[in-house]
Design a binder for this molecule. Structure first.
Ligand SMILES: NC(=O)c1ccc[n+]([C@@H]2O[C@H](COP(=O)([O-])OP(=O)(O)OC[C@H]3O[C@@H](n4cnc5c(N)ncnc54)[C@H](O)[C@@H]3O)[C@@H](O)[C@H]2O)c1
Length: 254
């Protein structure tokens, strides 16, 4: 399977390239897209815009795009993918409501895999958190996430995903971001706390506490390769699928 990496020069783009160059999941690197190509000496074809990508990587010359760029790139990315009829793994986070609507609309024409976290372990964490929130109806819940100091969006897409999933079993849940000031917490509040420091790859913890016990569910990513490999697994999954919007839960059902 031939893959184009959008966000080619970034931290995650480089991890995907590394995994593809090793032939991870039987896939290969077809090329990249990045508005700020950093390595000029590369032999790999890299487009600096989606217009250039249309010429460099036309319809039928590759099988899937993996996107680890910036949420604001999503309109151009989806327009290009629709034009060439290519499936897209959108691994970028921090999308606005209107960008999220664009992703749903594009999934009516092409297969799209969209997950704020490409780790299977995080998909397990999401399931466990939802189960615990339902089974402990009197527990107060807080979410803490930690990432490296270069991360642009806060809270992380994964923390938002955890909140959204918990809300399906706690319909009155209200997100409270980085609590400050005076006053008691309301039972339905779910605090979401974002820590940014050093080179932390990614940690997510969901804490549930009743007056008599506390459960802490925590996932720690040790290596960015985890997300790169997950995105390539998602691309292999997407390659077999018809148009539509898919996520990690669909892979776990497979
Ligand atoms: N889903 C996951 O599992 C997961 C894991 C890690 C990071 N991420 C997300 O992936 C994204 C990238 O993270 P990173 O740490 O590699 O960031 P980064 O800043 O190191 O890299 C982003 C790259 O995208 C390029 N870029 C920016 N705008 C672009 C555009 N319009 N078109 C093409 N390329 C563009 C930049 O030049 C840069 O090279 C972030 O949104 C991050 O939150 C997701």
């Amino acid at each position: 399977m031939k893959i184009i990496v959008s966000g080619y020069s970034g931290y995650m783009g480089k991890e995907v390239v590394k995994a593809l160059e090793k032939g991870y999941c039987g896939s290969e690197l077809r090329g990249g897209i990045d508005i700020m190509l950093k390595d000029e000496t590369t032999d790999i074809p890299v487009a600096r815009s989606f217009e250039e990508a249309e010429a460099l990587f036309p319809k039928g010359s590759f099988d899937c795009i993996i996107d680890f760029s910036h949420h604001s790139a999503v309109s151009g990315l989806l327009a290009y993918a629709r034009k060439v009829g290519a499936p897209v793994v959108v691994a970028t986070t921090g999308h606005t409501e209107s960008e999220l609507s664009e992703i749903s609309a594009a999934a009516k024409d092409i297969p799209i895999f969209f997950s704020a976290n490409m780790s299977v372990g995080v998909a397990v964490l999401v399931k466990l958190a939802k189960t615990a929130a339902a089974m402990l109806p009197d527990a107060e819940i807080e979410i803490i996430e930690k990432h490296h100091d270069r991360k642009l969006d806060a809270p992380s897409g994964t923390a938002v995903m955890l909140f959204d999933e918990i809300k399906t079993v706690r319909p009155n849940a209200t997100a409270v971001y980085g609590r400050s000031g005076h006053g008691k917490r309301h039972f339905d509040d779910i605090g979401i706390h974002a820590i940014r420091m050093g080179n932390v790859v990614g940690e997510h913890e969901v804490i549930l506490a009743t007056p008599t016990e506390t459960i802490s569910l925590k996932h720690e990513a040790h290596d960015r390769a985890l997300f790169a490999e997950g995105a390539i697994v998602a691309a292999s999954f997407l390659y077999k699928m018809d148009k539509g919007l898919y996520n990690m839960h669909d892979i776990m059902k497979d």
